[in-house]
Design a protein around this ligand. Structure first.
Ligand SMILES: [Fe+2]
Length: 287
């Protein structure tokens, strides 16, 4: 089955949100939504999420799933905002518990912050499946960028999050807490084992040197042949050495501090303090 895939590109965070629609049906899922956040003022905005909501409403679609490929470090999730308006279950990988444990400590969240994934409606494991109407989705656990990363394979389309980027850009960094270049290489092999014609939809695009347009759709065959980090038979050792030396040069994403605190709570803000105000913390020299 070939789902219809509608993409929404957020230029502020280079994130692509996908609406995945059952062919000849009304059911859909949203993958990796964005809540706009202006760090300087501490203000949120729902402009990006509202575009997705309007699309779903205009097409009379039934939103069944709001999926996250992982706990994003570069944008805030709009999953609860979308759920409040359109329904649907919020899903993520079951290894979210590891991510919650790691960042629960870093942000000193205390005992009120549950580290059991209970903020999400569904925790997926390798081999799980789910349905978007008649359309079946299969779950691959593809850690490396984070321990909880998933790839959602829906019909002939694979939503790989930050595991693979476009072939000319390569792969995602593996240096966040719990990341592993070795694990990422192995996860990529799992994706590469899908049929060559499988459409791959990546989680971000930054334009590669020499490319003028943003792009986010490719295929397994193209990744195998052309991916500059893992294609054309690159060895695990070569990849790990390249990835680790490159990661050592990368700055932290601009929104990592707010993103982690919100996304590890399934997109909810922390509880308000006793004055009714919500705060996000900055761990000084803690990340
Ligand atoms: Fe990410």
């Amino acid at each position: 089955m070939t789902p219809t895939v509608q993409s929404f590109f957020d230029e502020a965070t280079n994130t692509i949100t996908y609406v995945v629609i059952e062919p000849q049906g009304k059911a859909c899922a949203v993958i990796d939504s964005v809540l706009d956040f202006d760090y300087a003022s501490g203000h949120t905005d729902t402009r990006s999420a509202d575009l997705v909501i309007a699309y779903i409403q205009e097409h009379g679609l039934d939103l069944q799933w709001i999926l996250e490929t992982h706990v994003h470090a570069d944008h805030l999730s709009a999953a609860p905002y979308i759920q409040e308006r359109l329904g649907g279950k919020i899903g993520i990988g079951d290894r979210i518990t590891v991510v919650q444990d790691t960042f629960g400590k870093i942000f000193n969240e205390g005992t009120r912050f549950q580290r059991d994934g209970s903020q999400f409606d569904q925790l997926f494991r390798e081999g799980d499946s789910f349905h978007i109407g008649q359309l079946r989705g299969d779950v691959l656990h593809t850690p490396g960028h984070t321990p909880a990363c998933l790839t959602y394979v829906v019909g002939d389309a694979a939503f790989v999050g930050d595991t693979l980027f476009m072939p000319d850009f390569g792969t995602a960094r593996c240096d966040f807490p719990g990341g592993s270049a070795e694990a990422l290489f192995d996860s990529v092999q799992k994706i590469m084992a899908l049929p060559d014609e499988t459409r791959i939809f990546v989680g971000h695009d930054y334009k590669a040197p020499g490319r003028d347009e943003f792009a986010w759709e490719t295929t397994v065959g193209a990744q195998k042949a052309l991916n500059i980090h893992v294609g054309a038979g690159k060895s695990r050792e070569e990849f790990v050495a390249m990835r680790e030396s490159r990661d050592a040069t990368l700055a932290m994403p601009r929104l990592i501090i707010p993103s982690l605190q919100v996304n590890m709570r399934a997109g909810q803000m922390p509880e308000p303090e006793d004055n009714g105000q919500v705060y996000l913390k900055v761990p000084v020299n803690g990340l």
